[in-house]
Design a protein around this ligand. Structure first.
Ligand SMILES: Nc1ncnc2c1ncn2[C@@H]1O[C@H](COP(=O)(O)OP(=O)(O)OP(=O)(O)O)[C@@H](O)[C@H]1O
Ligand SMILES: CC(=O)N[C@H]1[C@@H]2OC[C@@H](O2)[C@@H](O)[C@@H]1O[C@H](C)C(=O)O
Length: 400
């Protein structure tokens, strides 16, 4: 048998596998690296996070990504170079983590690389009737595989799109496998740059499961903190927003967009929820001279209100849900307090209570996707409009 295929077979047949999940999200704060140990697959998946680190993105890396990130027009040479360069940069970050953890690359069975989303274009957002849903992640996985010597799975979103999805959220597959719990209706709420949630029924009914993006999480807060407070990158502990007053006029204008009435599931990104989106809403509501603290208070309320709105849209008579938060926004007490107030009948916790660090969760989820592709079967989840494509996800890059 071809040596690459026998290597693949050997990994699939191992009783346990070590898979590194890599995620660098819309916040561009760094690469999340989670070294996970797996046994089983599907409903029998067991995962232990052996090590986790976020390797921060330098200002240069951020700048190189921002030149194309969510931009309508880009320099094609830069985009091309960035694809290869991010692949090698992510490879070096993985090698750096492994060295720190005293783990040899040969002791790792696979890498699951999300890559860097640079443009997300679901049909409802690009608005071009003859063109499909589309999404683009950079950081070529052949570079990762060759440089690390580790089998690499990547580009998980394309199959989802090819099979009729919008390319996101993908968290639903892993959430379903590792967080379902008989007797508890759960929402797994990720507060990243963009916020999303997965619903898991306490009846363990796979057909009832769905997930959706809700709109902005931290992305607008980060953008305006960077602009209004040079040197700061985010509203640490909500300290800036806490000093402001919410502008009801601006909040109403921000919420006045068809995205918030579109059927669930829906996905989005900073292509829509950008500084320009906020400025347009400010003009419409006559709030262009809002003081910075008030603007941040209003943007925090915008995230909380749109998340709560999506939850209520999905569950008009809100059942007794337990919400398990993850992602950077859960460290923002102003955002969390607003969410708890808007969804006061829900119980709030974090994925730490379920054994997965909230900061590591998304990286772990991509490792789960790779484990399923290597040893599992495509999972039937959801139903009707909310069906989740039952496909294996990711492309396989061999080191040689
Ligand atoms: N202590 C804190 N106080 C307030 N906000 C925080 C804190 N820590 C992190 N954040 C927010 O979390 C963000 C990072 O979140 P995270 O790493 O989950 O995003 P991401 O993975 O890039 O996003 P996405 O899930 O959209 O891809 C930061 O940019 C910041 O806005
Ligand atoms: C296109 C893209 O990269 N989307 C991300 C982003 O970050 C959060 C939200 O928007 C979510 O839809 C998705 O990531 C998570 C991991 C997901 O697919 O579940």
């Amino acid at each position: 048998m071809n040596s690459n295929l026998s290597r693949l077979l050997a990994v699939a047949q191992k009783p346990e596998r070590r898979i590194i999940g890599l995620m660098s999200g819309t916040s561009l704060d760094g690469l999340d690296v989670a070294l996970c140990r797996f046994s089983g697959h599907g409903a029998a998946t067991r995962v232990v996070v052996e090590h986790f680190a976020t390797v921060p993105y330098s200002a240069a890396i951020q700048e190189n990504i921002r030149r194309v990130f969510a931009q309508d027009t880009v320099e094609l040479q830069h985009l091309t170079l960035l694809h290869a360069w991010l692949g090698t940069t992510h490879a070096d970050m993985v090698l750096q983590c492994l060295a720190q953890w005293n783990v040899l690359p040969a002791e790792v069975d696979a890498i699951a690389s999300h890559g860097q989303t640079v443009f997300h274009a679901p049909k409802h957002q690009h608005g071009l009737p003859d063109w499909p849903n589309a999404t683009l992640q950079l950081g070529d996985a052949d570079h990762l595989a060759v440089r690390t010597g580790i089998l690499t799975l990547s580009d998980f979103r394309q199959k989802h799109v090819a099979a009729g999805g919008q390319g996101a959220p993908l968290a639903v597959y892993g959430d379903y496998l590792i967080f379902s719990q008989p007797g508890e209706d759960r929402l797994l709420l990720n507060l990243g740059g963009i916020a999303n949630f997965t619903y898991l029924s306490g009846s363990l009914d796979a057909a009832a499961v769905f997930s959706t993006d809700t709109g902005p999480g931290n992305t607008l807060l980060d953008a305006f903190v960077r602009e209004l407070y040079p040197g700061k990158h985010f509203d640490e502990n909500g300290a800036l927003a806490a000093q402001g007053q919410i502008s009801r006029e601006l909040l109403t204008a921000l919420l006045d967009h068809p995205f918030f009435a579109a059927p669930i599931p829906r996905t989005t990104g900073p292509e829509l929820f950008s500084a320009a989106y906020v400025r347009t809403a400010q003009h419409r509501s006559g709030t262009t001279s809002l003081p910075p603290h008030d603007l941040l208070a209003t943007l925090t309320a915008f995230s909380a209100t749109s998340i709560a709105g999506a939850v209520r849209q999905a569950f008009p008579t809100l059942p007794a849900l337990t919400i398990y938060a993850s992602g950077g926004g859960m460290h923002n007490p102003v955002l969390m307090a607003a969410l708890q107030q808007a969804l006061s009948s829900c119980r709030f916790s974090t994925t730490a209570a379920l054994g997965i660090s909230p900061d590591a969760k998304e990286a772990v989820l991509f490792a789960i996707l790779a484990n399923e592709t290597l040893v599992g079967e495509a999972l039937p989840i959801g139903h009707g409009e909310q069906v989740v494509p039952a496909v294996s996800l990711g492309k396989i890059s061999f080191p040689s």
